[in-house]
Write a protein that binds this ligand. Structure first.
Ligand code: NAP
Length: 644
């Protein structure tokens, strides 16, 4: 893997380039912005190819065949010029870059949106989100050390940002390696369900991802390589779990209790960044008799690689994103696979889901400067901000027929229903079981390339939609009294997502316990800070999850930015700590709740991990990505009480 594209010289003749541009898989819309940027020539961006945001979900940006051909002709000419050694002239301006970005998004970009997208694009892989300050800029003599909990995607990002700013930090990681979710989830078929060119740090983009959606092994390697590139491995204390954190009023410090092979220890620091994620504590279903089962059983996130599946009858409980990835692999090996489905999923078709990047697309990455950055921006445009409105309630819409919440929600639901109907057209009994009857977008979509239908149609696979009554020594009994005798049970039953920061005990000002303060309803201001817990930050905290519009890495980058701005404020003003005002926090959460109530997941009563035990949405961010970026740009000192 490499982070800096090592561009190859273009040797191919015109015919070969034409073939590459015409081959399926070459993503045409980002080609012209990449070439215009490489050559500094805005004339390549012709009016006739201005993208229509309404067609963002369509192939090749919804261009007609004639438009696609026009793009190829212009691209060929641009590639010829690159081949001849032409490059961008020195009087290329920021304004020119912005013009190219606007063209690439089919929208005239300005203000904050332009700045946010520019960071996402990260032209020439520049790290535009790096702190533009350093601890040395401030005269305070105060010691300032941060403890980061977790060395997954968010934790190593936070560490790097602190390192860039010259702040001391230590990472405590309960596992023996880096990677968090990508270390723990080793189930067969595990891969990222967001496009990989977006699911990576904006400033560590790779041009040589092997797949559109990389496998767990590749992502684990990516995060390890990032950690090495950040040079933070020596700051990590592996196999060390933080069991509690107590705010010591007198010293204005946090005391962390650590547990490791060496025993227990107390570590003092000025600030804590919890980067433990939302999806890391397996949830086992509360089904009577679960402990009676005599065969082996395990959870998707604790895969039992010792247990061979051949010649076994396997039961799988759950059909969420994890289960749908591993069930096809299980079915290939087991004698029989019985899948217990409680709620079917809306499948989002993506034919290239498991495909390797085709040669022609790789050629573009290897020969056109920073094509991958423009490819990322294009994906962002296609799948991000434009999709969110489809999950917003239109109060004037009558969706009684299909539980849709707006015309565009109905339209997308209709398309997804058609997809299911085409996949299961030859098996009406299965179709009936897999068609959801709840609002499209109320639960996480499951990405599919046809493998789900192929798997369910196997003669040795049974999709059981009878509800589970109990588990016995021999297997699973459904409510109609049928016993499904099995040799092993695999739980694809998700995570304790709403039990943020468990099982840690966190005690803040005046001895307040964070879990008691939350009382089952995790809340935070910006998803990052909670009143009474000074200098304690959450990454991927309450209400920072997204459903349809993007990659969680975007949120982590915004959070890391906000946290470093907060620490900068402390150092600049020589303040020990800040505590967010309760009224600021509460007002924010009222707005958030109102926002969530207007979304598909807030409107529907269907089960989902977006809700806590009482059905309150504690996970999701209901607004645009831009809004989160804007709100996390800078800390507002008026939001906080200063503690000396
Ligand atoms: P999940 O979405 O919470 O799915 C849990 C499944 O277990 C659901 O089908 C649920 O049914 C079922 N279930 C739970 N309790 C049950 C019970 N008592 N009886 C019967 N069925 C029961 O968990 P997940 O699949 O692990 O995915 C969680 C999230 O992780 C995803 O939404 C995604 O954000 C992330 N993820 C990402 C990737 C990726 O990018 N590679 C892969 C996997 C997961 P109901 O639907 O009826 O509740």
């Amino acid at each position: 893997m490499s982070f800096t594209p090592n561009l190859s010289h273009i040797h191919e003749d015109d015919d070969e380039i034409r073939r590459i541009l015409s081959a399926s898989g070459t993503e045409l819309p980002p080609l012209l912005p990449a070439l215009a940027y490489a050559l500094g020539d805005l004339t390549l961006l012709v009016e006739d190819l201005w993208l229509d945001p309404a067609k963002s979900l369509e192939e090749q940006g919804g261009w007609t065949l004639e438009q696609q051909e026009l793009c190829r002709e212009i691209a060929l000419e641009g590639i010829r010029r690159l081949r001849a050694g032409e490059s961008r002239h020195s009087d290329f301006t920021d304004k020119d870059l912005h013009t190219i970005m606007s063209w690439a998004c089919g929208t005239t970009l300005d203000g904050a949106y332009l700045e946010m997208l520019r960071e996402e694009l990260s032209p020439e892989n520049r790290d535009l989100r790096a702190p533009n300050w350093s601890r040395k800029d401030f005269s305070t003599n105060r010691d300032f050390t941060v403890a980061i909990i977790g060395a997954g995607m968010s934790g190593i990002l936070a560490a790097y940002r602190l390192k860039q700013a010259g702040i001391d930090f230590v990472i405590f990681e309960k596992n023996s390696g880096i990677g968090g979710t990508w270390l723990e989830n080793t189930y067969p078929g595990c891969r990222v369900d967001v496009s990989n060119h977006v699911y990576c740090y904006s400033f560590m983009q790779k041009h040589d991802w092997p797949h559109f959606h990389s496998t767990q092994e590749v992502l684990l390697q990516y995060f390890n390589e990032c950690a090495d590139h950040f040079n933070i491995r020596d700051n990590i204390r592996f196999s060390t779990e933080v069991s509690s954190a107590v705010w010591e009023e007198a010293s204005g410090q946090w005391a962390l209790e650590l547990e490791s092979e060496d025993g227990e220890e107390v570590f003092h620091c000025n600030s804590i960044i919890s980067a433990v994620g939302q999806l890391n504590r397996p949830a086992y279903p509360k089904i009577a008799g679960r402990e009676l089962f005599q065969g082996p059983s395990w959870h998707s996130a604790r895969w039992n690689h010792e247990e061979k599946l051949e010649d076994k009858n396997i039961a799988v409980i759950g059909t969420g994103c994890s289960a749908i990835q591993f069930i096809p692999r299980v079915a290939e090996q087991a004698s029989s696979t019985t899948i217990f489905q409680r709620t079917p999923n809306w499948l989002m078709p993506r034919p290239q889901y498991q495909q390797e990047l085709p040669e022609n697309l790789l050629w573009c990455f290897d020969h056109i400067p920073f094509y991958n950055n423009w490819f990322r921006l294009h994906l962002f445009w296609r799948s991000h901000e434009g999709l969110l409105p489809r999950l917003e309630i239109d109060p004037g819409w009558d969706g009684s027929e299909d539980n849709s919440i707006s015309a565009s929600n109905h339209e997308l639901g209709f398309m997804l229903r058609l997809y299911l109907e085409s996949e299961f057209s030859d098996t009406p009994e299965l179709l009936e079981k897999v068609i959801p009857d709840y609002t499209m977008g109320a639960k996480r979509f499951v990405i599919d390339d046809g493998l789900w239908a192929t798997t369910l149609k196997r003669p040795d696979v049974d999709l059981c939609t009878d509800q589970i009554a109990e588990i016995t020594e021999e297997g699973i009994v459904t409510e109609n009294g049928n016993l499904h005798k099995v040799d092993a049970i695999i739980y694809g039953t998700g995570f304790k997502a709403s039990e943020f920061l468990t099982p840690m005990k966190i005690v803040g000002r005046q001895g307040l316990d964070l879990h008691e303060q939350w009382d089952g309803i995790a809340q935070a201001y910006l998803g990052i800070v909670s009143p009474n817990f000074p200098n304690l930050f959450f990454m991927y905290g309450p209400n920072t999850n997204i459903v349809i519009n993007g990659s969680i890495i975007y949120f982590s980058e915004c959070e890391a930015h906000y946290i470093t701005r907060y620490i900068r404020y402390l150092l600049e003003h020589d303040i020990a700590a800040l505590d967010v005002k309760k009224e600021v926090h509460d007002e924010y959460n009222v707005r958030l709740d109102e926002g969530n109530a207007q979304m598909a997941w807030g409107a529907s009563s269907v089960n989902s991990w977006y809700k806590n035990a009482d059905g309150k949405i504690t996970q999701n961010w209901p607004f645009s990505l831009l809004e989160y970026w804007e709100q996390t740009r800078e800390i507002n000192p008026n939001d906080y009480i200063e503690l000396q």
